[in-house]
Ligand binder design. Structure first.
Ligand code: ATP
Length: 310
């Protein structure tokens, strides 16, 4: 199953817990240096999928390969080469940050410099602090430090910023962006649309154990039927009278100064051409043009019929 050489390969993956089919046959591959996101509501099967890839759960069917290994069979070999940040990492309350790094370092054949790692994750000042005294953001940064200690080429991050305040979330995002710059392969799960949009090269939308859309966030947005809003600012007022019926344009409006035209369209590229052509025929120059595309959130709602914030 390693013909493409992609570090993460998943084909026809299935997982049932007794009578509950949590993952119902999913396929995706993550290429080297790519940040790939599994985006979906609670219970969609995201954690089940990543934990199978991490070798923490067995699968009921299908094939998976991580760095050419079957995680269920070559679990130990793989553990040395991947980084794992679980949805909730809980360490002993009394363990100090420095001790946690030392403890985890001993588990791998290859490790990075712990001091550098703590500095990089802004935990150096906290090295003698006990785990229980850390803030949520610091705990999560420590979890990421522990995931990076073996200098892994592949990282699994399960809900890396869940429950964090906006500042702590931003810090985690900056770190993931850094890891991406270093060309590491990252599979992350999230139920935050903005996170997927900001961090991921490609996203798979998972719902009820199936992938229902996959592509760059932009591609997924463009595939939706939701409408875009076009706003055109004119150099001088549009003459009195009705505006023409441009193709696919709905809710066409003009402001009181008659210089700003707005239209909603399901085919914005076509509508814009017509609008610009008409303005040109009228001898009116454009001052500005703006298209507001449907968001990934709108695409998500259209595809799943649900909101992620439910
Ligand atoms: P969340 O973001 O809430 O973790 P998720 O998309 O990661 O959601 P999973 O945790 O993979 O979803 O869960 C998928 C389904 O499988 C859910 O219905 C869940 O209740 C069920 N499930 C998960 N783990 C187990 C388990 N160990 N035993 C039984 N059912 C489980």
């Amino acid at each position: 199953m390693d013909s493409s050489g992609n570090p993460i390969q998943v084909a026809g993956l299935k997982k049932s817990y007794g009578a509950l089919a949590a993952v119902k046959g999913i396929d995706f591959e993550v290429s080297a240096g790519e940040v790939f996101g599994l985006l979906g509501p609670n219970g969609a099967g995201k954690t089940t999928t990543v934990e199978i890839l991490e070798g923490l759960r067995s699968r009921s069917g299908g094939r998976v390969s991580v760095l050419g290994c079957d995680p269920e069979v070559q679990t130990k070999q793989l553990k040395d080469r991947v980084g794992v940040c679980l949805q909730s990492t809980r360490l002993q309350d009394k363990i100090k940050v420095r001790e946690a790094i030392e403890l985890f370092s001993a588990l791998y054949t290859r490790t990075v410099d712990g001091v550098q790692l703590l500095k990089r994750l802004q935990l150096w000042e906290k090295r003698e602090a006990q785990y229980a005294t850390l803030s949520g953001g610091q705990k999560q940064r420590l979890a990421l430090a522990l995931a990076m200690i073996n200098d892994p080429q592949v990282l699994f991050l399960d809900e890396p910023s869940a429950g964090l305040d906006p500042q702590a979330r931003l810090e985690i995002h900056l770190l993931v962006q850094d890891l991406r710059q270093e060309r590491r392969t990252i599979l992350l799960t999230t139920h935050y649309i903005e996170e997927a949009e900001k961090l991921c090269d490609r996203v798979a939308i998972v719902d009820e154990g199936r992938i229902i859309a996959m592509g760059t966030p932009r591609e997924i947005q463009e595939r939706t039927l939701a409408s875009s809003t076009i706003e055109i600012e004119c150099e001088r007022p549009v003459p009195a009278g009705d505006l023409p019926a441009w193709q696919n344009a709905e809710k066409v409006s003009l402001d009181d100064q008659r210089t700003r035209i707005a239209a909603v369209s399901t085919r914005p590229a076509r509508t814009i051409v017509e609008m610009v052509k008409w303005l040109d025929e009228m001898g009116i120059e454009l001052a500005d043009i703006h298209i507001k595309r449907p968001s990934l959130e709108e695409a998500f709602i259209e595809l799943t019929g649900k909101s992620l914030r439910e």
